[in-house]
Design a protein around this ligand. Structure first.
Ligand code: FAD
Length: 741
């Protein structure tokens, strides 16, 4: 039941959004509300927004009813910035238009485009986006910009803050500003004079305060996503430029980005990588700081525990097991436009590290399969911890940065703290050139004692990072709820007050993602923790990262694999606790179509999953439980054992329907079958004009082409064996026929 002001808000939304895109049922608000963080807030309303105009009207309506709004792109955030208990506005997959400008020099993107797809569009121009989070094949442009996400290569020189060219911004009152359009800027300056003056004034105040300005510059020399991008106030004088750059890293708490134009960076075609093994952390960090000045694009540090977590995996070099307790590795990549330049880079790197002790001589490889194998070591680290954790525990990935010259001491201090708090499984790795470390550990949030352990550990980590090293508490994952209580500690009272002012100038009613970045609650980082109850051995290790979502064919129709798992977990929790039988019954009823019937069980989700979970297998398990009655078992066996004939009958049925379509036309047939459906109480299928014809019969293909070589092994699914193209499809050959050509 919605509270009164939400009911009014909903009623007003209905005047411009169809109710099919307004979600309030318990199952879907829970699963759409979930992101990759370990926080759980369930939105009251989820809106699937379709256009800039619609978001503008949503903002105006929310402003009128004092309703808080949180935006969502791919929901891969880790710090609790993409969850809400108010209204979630999803601007994902259908926000996918883009335009390449200046022969690849710039790209204009809607916020629902996946970062990796944008790079695919840019590849023919030898260009790519600057920001390169490890999640780039799942994260979307809106989230990448709003988190100022970054990764192995981009450092502080090529992140969104540095490479943003322009943005279309919707403010809290629904007003649009296009920073690339002079007229729009002039208009905005007139209509929002007070806001623009306040921002200008804030910039002048900060720049006049030379000590604060110097501190801000200093802090952004290393990666930093704690709090707002205060560097906008010192780097720019024009208020529009300041607003544009404040939007980067603002986590949807200052406005909505409906379109983003990036300046692109060069994607060098020649690459070589080397796994360098050092006797200890100190030497690895010394090497990293030398490499920072050299022709190196990435230098990933991995401590001994990291290497140990993947040394038994298939394809890992055997020598990984042989090193001592303190061994530390750097995975280094250099890139170049031409091959001879690449060789010169390798030479320079080797010479620059000649005085650093190593366990093995430096070897670079420019062979794709060899360097891919090396990078798989690095990419396997987070999943390795996730995969071995106890069921019910969360895998946490933290993200801090230190001045590079102090990285070695900081890494050792971090390891000591983990030992003190008994996080023995923890591993440390990260972007060494940037002084950016990730530490991954598992945490049980089921008991207060464990929550306390986490709280005390994080208190000590924050104190160490800030007091001892003057580092960043969040280097690239954003502040969210997770680091909000520590923003003032890191930045000091004066800078924090500036951030509060930024928030109140741009969001005076505190309706845009309230509670993230700025939050007066000192406990917000240990409240609303997500339960991860046991549900099925097939999916229990899921970390809800969301990397599966873009691979799922039913993502725009019903649920994604992550959402199916979230629903299953909730149903298991409700069964175990018996706390709300009505909610359980409703979940079970709705899951039938949303989760089970519409899962294609094609296993595509496992392609994106870092721990190879195939949610389709789980759906088969769920279906299996339903058909345990002997009659169903008998029918299933009958179909399976006579599939050839069953497929032939299905093809015949589809062809008869298609011929009837041809004779009667689509309207009559649709009306007729929908009447049959209602008479048959849902047992008779309803035909629609997009129904396929039957596929052609399958002929045993000749696996050898003319040259005698085995070209391809094709496993047609039952769907492609029965269904061909629909009448009127531009390509009217069935998939099986194409594959047999
Ligand atoms: C396994 C794993 C690895 C990761 N590795 C990295 C990494 O290497 N580097 C890194 O930086 N991050 C990393 N992340 C975190 C996360 O993937 C990134 O921060 C990513 O950019 C978030 O994008 P998203 O599309 O999922 O955004 P979401 O999570 O949907 O949203 C992120 C924030 O942006 C806001 N937002 C979304 N769209 C808009 C919009 N159009 N306008 C205004 N605000 C908007 C949301 O309200 C939210 O506050 C990782 C996450 C996982 C699970």
């Amino acid at each position: 039941m919605l509270p009164e002001n939400y009911k009014l808000f909903y009623r007003d939304l209905l005047t411009f959004i169809p109710d099919t895109r307004l979600i309030t049922d318990p199952l879907r608000t829970l699963v759409y509300g979930t992101d990759a963080s370990f926080y759980r807030l369930i939105p009251k309303i989820v809106i699937k927004a379709d256009s800039e105009d619609e978001v503008s009207r949503i903002l105006q309506t929310a402003d009128r009813h004092n309703i808080a709004i949180t935006f969502r792109a791919a929901g891969t955030s880790l710090s609790g910035q993409a969850v809400t208990d108010s209204v979630l506005v999803i601007c994902g997959g259908n926000w996918n238009k883009y335009k390449i400008l200046d022969n690849g020099g710039r790209i204009r993107l809607q916020p629902g485009i996946i970062g990796g797809h944008a790079n695919r569009y840019l590849a023919p121009f030898g260009k790519k986006l600057g920001p390169d989070p490890a999640s780039i094949n799942a994260a979307m442009i809106g989230g990448i910009a709003a988190n100022n996400a970054s990764g192995m290569c981009c450092g502080v020189a090529q992140n969104s803050y540095q490479t943003i060219h322009g943005m279309r911004i919707l403010f809290h009152d629904g007003t649009l500003l296009d920073t690339t359009d002079r007229k729009s800027c002039e208009r905005f300056k007139k209509t929002h004079r007070a806001l623009v003056d306040d921002i200008e004034q804030l910039g002048e105040t900060v720049r006049a305060n030379t000590e604060l300005a110097a501190r801000i510059r200093q802090k952004f020399k290393i990666k930093n996503t704690t709090g707002y991008s205060l560097n906008a106030l010192v780097d720019f004088k024009d208020p529009i430029d300041i607003i544009l750059h404040l939007m980067i890293g603002s986590e949807g708490s200052l406005g909505f980005a409906s379109e983003i134009t990036y300046n692109t960076v060069v994607e060098h075609p020649n690459k070589a990588s080397s796994l360098m093994i050092f006797p200890d952390i100190a030497n690895a960090c010394r090497a990293a700081s030398i490499l920072k000045k050299g022709p190196v694009d990435a230098a990933e540090i991995m401590d001994r525990a990291s290497l140990r977590s993947v040394e038994d995996k298939e394809g890992m070099p055997g020598y990984l097991k042989e090193f001592s307790q303190k061994t530390t590795a750097l995975l280094v990549e250099t890139r170049a436009h031409a091959h001879d330049e690449l060789l010169r880079n390798i030479d320079t790197v080797k010479q620059s590290l000649a005085d650093i002790p190593m366990e093995l001589p430096i070897e670079f490889t420019d062979k794709v399969d060899e360097y891919t194998r090396l990078w798989n070591i690095r990419k396997g680290l987070f999943p390795a911890v996730g995969a071995v954790r106890e069921i019910g525990t969360t895998v946490i990935i933290e993200d801090v940065a230190f001045p590079i010259e102090r990285l070695a001491d900081a890494t050792l201090d971090l390891r000591d703290l983990m030992t003190e708090y008994r996080y023995h499984e923890a591993i440390i790795f990260g972007h060494a050139r940037e002084g950016n470390l990730h530490f991954v550990f598992t945490q049980d949030f089921a008991t207060q004692k464990e929550v306390e352990r986490y709280r005390r550990f994080m208190d000590d980590v924050c104190e160490m990072v800030v007091e001892k090293y003057d580092g960043s508490l969040k280097a690239e994952h954003g502040t969210g709820r997770n680091m909000a209580p520590f923003v003032k500690m890191e930045w000091g009272a004066e800078a924090y007050a500036m951030m509060q002012q930024i928030k109140s100038i741009l969001d005076p009613k505190n309706l845009l993602n309230p509670g993230v970045v700025i939050n007066p609650n000192p406990n917000v980082h240990v409240e609303n923790l997500k339960p991860l109850p046991r549900t099925s051995a097939i999916v229990d290790r899921c970390t809800e990262c969301g990397f599966c979502e873009s691979f799922c064919p039913s993502r725009e129709l019903t649920l994604t694999p992550r959402q199916r798992i979230v629903a299953q977990r909730e149903m298991s929790r409700l069964k175990a606790t018996r706390e709300n039988p009505q909610r359980l019954a409703e979940f079970e009823k709705n899951y039938d179509y949303l989760g089970e019937q519409t899962c294609a069980v094609d296993g595509m989700c496992a392609v994106g999953c870092p721990i190879d979970i195939n949610t389709g297998e789980h759906t088969k398990e769920v279906r299996g439980r339903k058909v345990q009655r002997p009659i169903f078992q008998w029918m299933a066996n009958l179909i399976a054992n006579n599939f050839e004939r069953v497929a032939a009958v299905a093809r015949l049925g589809l062809n008869i329907a298609d011929q009837t379509h041809h004779v009667l036309g689509p309207d009559i047939l649709e009306q007729m079958t929908s009447r049959f459906k209602s008479i048959g109480k849902g047992w008779l299928p309803c035909w629609n004009r997009y129904m396929p014809k039957g596929a052609g019969p399958i002929k045993a293909p000749n696996p050898h082409s003319g040259d005698g070589l085995l070209k391809v092994v094709y496993f047609p699914s039952c769907i492609t064996r029965t269904m061909g193209p629909a009448r009127g499809d531009p390509d009217d050959e069935s998939l099986t026929a194409v594959c047999q050509r």
